[in-house]
Design a protein around this ligand. Structure first.
Ligand code: NAD
Length: 513
């Protein structure tokens, strides 16, 4: 089930990334209507690269109604712990499109990054980062035709930020993967591939280790792939993906992956084509899209007219395509690429043969090159991106059968051996339908059995299962064992073990039969 986005067919989007040469014929976009957008200049070099980009868009004829807002360091310092004031939130809600500079979380102010807050606030579940060879830029990969896109799930995974110290020395960080989130990002990746004429989508996971979480992402991708028979669907383990990206990056087209994998891989792919200074990105949700350079606020060069504004300029290209102004987008992209290829006016981070110029002079050069076209590369034929329809009701995957078959408890104990902990824990199951199946330490079984080659720490994960497998456990039975354990040990974490449609909803521990 699909729907077009809030702009209807104007989601022509196509944050296709750096593409160029002969402009493709454009129809509706030749006389674009003025589109309201929110602009956040941001921190550090943000105001400089944003000013450069706004000038360029103005000169190129972008039709924008700009609402300027603030977020980041100055907001944190004013005492707002979110880093995103209500006015900014209201503006983005109104416009649905934001172009933002980098935001900083000043040390000692605020708990969470304003960037993460914005992503969560507007449910921008997809992060799209194209990496395409830039003409004139010397890299070890120049001439190999690298042209790929990372589509990263942007809201779930370890970045949900759910962490708990179990003891002063042991932390559990929760990796949250949902079927719904995995389906949305897989569909976005395939729709993006369709819209940009790409041939394959590769799903990169660590499903061999995290069989349930990363495994569900992988399996959901396979379910979704059936709806896109014309696109090759490939699976790869993320570590091999990193290796292959360095060895033979040109084999990849679109890569879709979970949040942390994508965070790391997309920095790697930016590195393949010239570094973060050239990497544009889009954070896409069903109602809102935010465009930004991948680099940070570069405090070391802030306010010195030294920053390279190319990444934000290329992000504005993605934005202009998104809001239905592809002719202006193409013109800006061509001018940036022409200037880089020509190589006379370049900022200090990339200048080689000529003396470097500042942000302002580089921007002047790009503006004077509007209308010129770089000699290399081919513009990708794009068509409107269709966003997966989002149903905002709570999502539930329903199993035909389910049962509670056990529990796991994390205990703290620094003095006893594994065997002593085992005996004490077993004493709590007398008369209970639960029996102690095993104790593990950092995922490896340490009890029962003579196990003396595992380094013990102060937490012990005790797995209890049903003594009689035909009986479903009640909460009361679980509470009784827990309460008994609490008389001897500190416990910090309890997890029910469940079986869904006959399949265990938990993994075996290393060393378990
Ligand atoms: P950074 O990207 O700001 O800087 C890394 C290095 O690259 C620095 O030497 C810097 O001078 C250089 N650099 C970055 N962008 C450049 C440009 N456009 N032109 C020329 N040189 C450039 O990374 P960092 O130092 O790790 O982070 C600084 C701050 O930015 C931190 O507070 C961080 O949280 C924040 N940050 C924000 C975002 C965002 O808003 N999306 C992203 C990354 C980092």
């Amino acid at each position: 089930m699909f729907a077009t986005d809030r702009f209807g067919t104007a989601f022509s989007g196509i944050f296709a990334g750096m593409t160029h040469t002969a402009p493709a014929p454009r129809d509706a976009a030749t006389t674009p209507t003025t589109v309201p957008i929110t602009v956040i200049r941001g921190d550090g070099i943000g105001p400089e690269v944003m000013e450069a980009t706004l000038r360029l868009m103005r000169e190129a004829g972008a039709k924008l109604d700009i609402e300027e807002c603030i977020a980041g360091a100055e907001v944190f310092r004013s005492g707002d712990e979110t880093g995103v004031p209500d006015d900014t939130k209201a503006s983005i809600e109104r416009t649905g499109v934001a172009l933002k500079g980098p935001l900083e979380t000043p040390i000692g102010f605020g708990e969470k990054s304003a960037n993460v807050t914005l992503r969560k606030m507007f449910e921008t579940y997809g992060n799209i980062r194209p990496a395409r060879e830039i003409p004139g830029l010397e890299t070890p990969y120049a001439g190999r035709g690298v042209d790929l896109v990372i589509v990263r799930e942007n809201l779930e995974d370890l970045y949900a930020g759910i962490e708990h110290m179990q003891t002063p020395g042991v932390c559990l960080s929760l990796k949250v993967i949902t079927h719904h989130g995995s389906e949305k990002i897989a569909r976005l990746a395939f729709e993006y591939a369709r819209a940009t004429g790409r041939k394959s989508v590769t799903c990169a996971t660590k499903a061999n280790i995290m069989k349930l979480g990363e495994g569900m992402f992988k399996r959901t991708f396979d379910e979704v792939a059936v709806d896109y028979p014309e696109i090759e669907a490939r699976q790869i383990l993320v570590d091999n993906c990193a290796h292959q990206l360095v060895i033979r990056p040109e084999q990849f087209d679109v890569i879709v992956t979970t949040n942390m994998n994508g965070d790391i891989l997309s920095d790697l792919t930016s590195g393949l084509v010239g570094g973060l200074g050239f990497a544009p990105s889009a954070n896409i949700g069903s109602e809102t899209a935010m465009f930004e350079a991948v680099h940070g606020s570069a405090p070391d060069i802030a306010g010195k007219d030294l920053a390279n504004p190319s990444a934000l300029m290329l992000s504005s290209v993605m934005m202009l395509r998104h809001i239905g102004q592809p002719v202006v987008a193409d013109a800006i992209e061509d001018a940036v690429l022409y200037t880089l290829e020509e190589g006379t006016f370049l900022t200090g981070d990339i200048a080689k043969e000529h003396d470097p110029v500042g942000t302002t002079a580089y921007t002047d050069a790009v503006i004077s090159n509007l209308g010129k076209q770089p000699t290399v590369g081919e513009r990708r034929v794009t068509r409107p991106l269709i966003m997966p329809a989002i149903d905002w009701r709570p999502k539930q995957v329903v199993a035909k059968t389910r049962a509670v078959v056990g529990m796991e408890v994390l205990l703290e104990e620094a003095e006893m051996t594994a065997a002593q902990v085992g005996k004490a824990v077993e004493a709590c199951t007398e008369g209970s339908p639960l029996r102690l199946a095993l104790i593990s330490s950092r995922g490896t079984k340490v009890y029962p059995g003579e196990i003396d080659d595992v380094e013990m720490i102060e937490t012990w994960r005790c797995r209890f299962v049903r003594a009689d497998e035909s009986v479903e456990l009640t909460d009361d039975q679980i509470f009784r064992v827990l309460s008994c354990l609490g008389e001897t040990f500190r416990w910090s974490n309890v997890q029910k073990l469940q079986v869904f449609d006959g399949k265990p909803g938990y993994t075996k521990v290393s060393g378990e039969d």
